[in-house]
Design a protein. Structure first.
Length: 335
């Protein structure tokens, strides 16, 4: 049954979160809100504070300063209650190797206060969801690396938490299992209203199912945005990003474009033949066609004109590279 949370309501609310370790500030004034039922890609360089943030959300590490609320619960005041509504899979996890898959799931469900009468149905559901229904009587210690990963995920979600926090959940899984996992995440979000925060260094994988992106760098949030379902790039309600390719540089093009009221954020690359811009109401093909006609009428040698289909990695690199890093100049035929 879907959660009784209004659509797009903030199920996770973080304000001014600061977390210190001896001689190191892992999180520095972090603030953001995660909508209910969303799937947030948590990304950033090594040491950015991603795991620390997840541990704070899971009420495992009390914040040094700031406020964290999960499903309306203050993590500092009600950590046990937060544990009951969250599931947290760490990058490095442990299993009871002497227990069978069934026993491990039963233990996980009981430890998370699932009523005894409901446990058989819950463990059957979790095992089936991750493809372990045929391994019920097999001991965890005899499972392959990928199957152990699946079991760990099943144990994390067996109590059907409102929030799932997953650190590198696809580690050790083969391509088919990764695709199945992405489908599972989409089902949890769609059918149960589960809110997921998933950390991974494989951005193409996150792009398959994420609805939002949260980028951390040096303990601070540098980007938090909804993603366009079709392109994986930050969504825009009134403007779209376009990329123009020119047969030859046009020295006055930037000035020309900036003089058009519907055009903004003009970015001419160093080669002079690649231009990116935002077009108001550019979701309407007629608006894009009108812009193209105007450019051709002014003798601009346009040889390419399309939506700027940048992927999650493009957006990520834009925000984690140092500001002083120069944009690479694309060669001819650059995609």
């Amino acid at each position: 049954m879907p959660l009784d949370v209004p659509p797009h309501a903030a199920l996770i609310q973080v304000d001014g979160l600061t977390q210190d370790y001896p001689g190191h500030r892992a999180l520095d004034g972090v603030g953001f809100a995660v909508p209910a039922g969303s799937i947030t890609a948590l990304v950033g360089p090594n040491g950015a504070g991603k795991t620390t943030l997840m541990r704070c959300l899971a009420a495992l590490d009390p914040p040094f300063a700031g406020r964290v609320r999960v499903a309306g619960l203050e993590v500092s005041e009600a950590p046990r209650a937060v544990h009951r509504v969250t599931g947290f899979l760490q990058d490095i996890f442990g299993l009871y190797d002497g227990l069978t898959v069934e026993q491990g799931l039963w233990h996980a469900a009981a430890a998370r206060a699932v009523p005894t009468r409901d446990i058989p149905e819950r463990i059957a559901w979790a095992a089936d969801a991750v493809g372990l229904a045929d391994r019920f009587k097999q001991k965890a210690g005899s499972l392959s690396r990928g199957l152990r990963q699946r079991l760990a995920i099943a144990q994390t979600m067996v109590h059907r938490p409102r929030v799932l926090l997953l650190d590198e959940p696809a580690s050790g899984l083969d391509p088919e299992s990764r695709a199945d996992l992405a489908a599972l995440f989409r089902r949890l979000s769609r059918d149960l209203g589960t809110t997921l925060v998933v950390s991974s260094h494989i951005l193409a994988e996150l792009e398959d199912y994420s609805t939002h992106m949260l980028i951390l760098r040096e303990g601070r949030v540098v980007r938090h945005a909804a993603l366009d379902a079709s392109t994986g790039t930050p969504s825009r309600t009134a403007a779209v990003r376009l990329v123009l390719r020119l047969a030859a540089p046009c020295p006055d093009l930037a000035t020309m474009l900036e003089g058009m009221s519907e055009v903004r954020d003009v970015d001419v690359w160093a080669d002079g033949e690649t231009v990116r811009l935002s077009l108001e109401d550019g979701h309407d093909p007629a608006r894009r066609a009108a812009l193209l006609r105007a450019l051709v009428a002014r003798d601009v040698a346009v040889c390419g004109f399309d939506l700027d289909r940048r992927n999650l990695q493009d957006v990520y690199l834009d925000h984690v590279r140092p500001a002083a890093t120069a944009r690479p100049t694309p060669g001819k035929g650059h995609p």
